[in-house]
Design a protein. Structure first.
Length: 282
C-alpha cells in the first residue's frame, strides 16, 4: 500500500498540472463565444445573460428577502437611508435602473444592491457608519456592483467553469482512462475555485470600491470617509478568513486600496462642492 501511494501521488500531480493547462485553454475558447462588453472601469467582460434576465433574478431575490425580514417603512431612519441612496443613484448614468431602496430591521452590518435597481440596507449598518458619507461609501460600492454587471459576470463565470470542467473530464477520460478522470473530479472543483472563481470575486469587490468612490464624490459625499469606514469595521472585530481564499479583500487591504485612490477622486468631490452639491441627509 505504501509503495502504491508513492507511485500514484506524482502521477496525480502531473495530471493536475496538465489538466490546469488544458482546462484553461478550454475556458479561453468558451470565452470567445460569449458576449463581450466593457465595465465602467474599462475592464473587458464576458457575459452570457442579458440585463432583463438578471433584473428578473434580482426581483425574485428581493421578494424572498422581503418575505424573510421585517422592514422599516417610514420614519427618520428610512428617510435618512433613502436620502443617501437617492443622492448616489442620481449620479448613475441615465437609463441604468429605476432604483428602489428598502431598509431592513437586521442587526447585521450589511447592504446590497441587486440587478434591476433594488437596494437593501440593514439597520445594523448604521451602527458602524459614523456619518452620511460612510453610508454613501457602502451604498456606492453596492451600486457599483450593479453598474459593472458583476452578478451577470459571476453567473457567466460559473457556467463557463462548469462547462469547461465537463468537457475536460470527457477528454481526460477518453485519453487517460477512468482513473485519471476520477482524479480530475477530485482536483477540478478546487482548481475552479482557487484559479478562476475566487480571484474574479476579489476583483469585483475592488472594482466596486473604485466605482463607489467615484459615485460618492460626484454626489457630494466626502470620499475620505470610505477608508475610515473600514477602520470602523476592523474595530467591530468581524471574523475574517485568509485573504488568499476570501471572496472579499480583507478590511485592511480594502482600506489601503481606497486610500491610494483618494487623490483621483478628491478633485471630483471638490468640483461637486463648488457646484453646490452636498447632500444634507442626517
Amino acid at each position: 500500500m505504501e509503495t502504491h501511494y508513492q507511485i500514484r501521488q506524482p502521477a496525480s500531480r502531473r495530471l493536475f498540472v496538465k489538466a490546469a493547462k488544458t482546462w484553461s485553454a478550454l475556458i479561453l475558447s468558451l470565452l470567445t463565444l460569449t458576449a463581450c462588453t466593457v465595465s465602467p472601469t474599462g475592464r473587458q467582460q464576458a457575459l452570457l445573460f442579458d440585463d432583463q434576465q438578471l433584473a428578473a433574478m434580482g426581483q425574485q431575490a428581493m421578494v424572498q428577502y422581503l418575505a424573510e425580514k421585517p422592514t422599516v417603512a417610514s420614519g427618520r431612519v428610512n428617510r435618512y437611508v433613502e436620502c443617501v441612496a437617492q443622492a448616489i443613484t442620481a449620479t448613475v448614468p441615465a437609463g441604468t435602473s429605476d432604483w428602489r431602496v428598502v431598509v431592513f430591521k437586521d442587526s447585521t452590518p450589511n447592504a446590497f444592491a441587486l440587478p434591476g435597481g433594488l437596494i437593501g440596507v440593514h439597520t445594523g449598518l448604521l451602527d458602524v457608519t459614523d456619518n452620511q458619507d460612510q453610508l454613501a461609501a457602502v451604498i456606492g460600492h453596492e451600486v457599483g456592483h450593479v453598474m459593472a454587471r458583476h452578478a451577470n459576470e459571476r453567473l457567466s463565470q460559473q457556467m463557463l467553469a462548469s462547462t469547461g470542467l465537463q468537457l475536460l473530464g470527457s477528454a481526460v477520460g477518453s485519453q487517460y482512462g477512468a482513473s485519471a478522470a476520477a482524479d480530475l473530479q477530485r482536483f477540478g472543483p478546487l482548481l475552479t475555485q482557487t484559479a478562476i472563481l475566487l480571484p474574479y470575486s476579489r476583483s469585483h469587490e475592488t472594482e466596486a470600491d473604485q466605482i463607489g468612490l467615484d459615485l460618492m464624490a460626484r454626489a457630494g459625499f466626502d470620499p475620505r470617509e470610505a477608508p475610515r469606514l473600514w477602520q470602523n469595521m476592523n474595530r467591530a472585530g468581524s471574523a475574517q478568513t485568509a485573504t488568499f481564499l476570501s471572496t472579499h479583500p480583507s478590511n485592511t487591504d480594502r482600506q489601503a486600496a481606497l486610500s491610494a485612490q483618494l487623490p483621483q477622486v478628491i478633485s471630483v468631490y471638490q468640483q461637486a462642492l463648488a457646484r453646490g452639491v452636498r447632500p444634507r441627509c442626517g
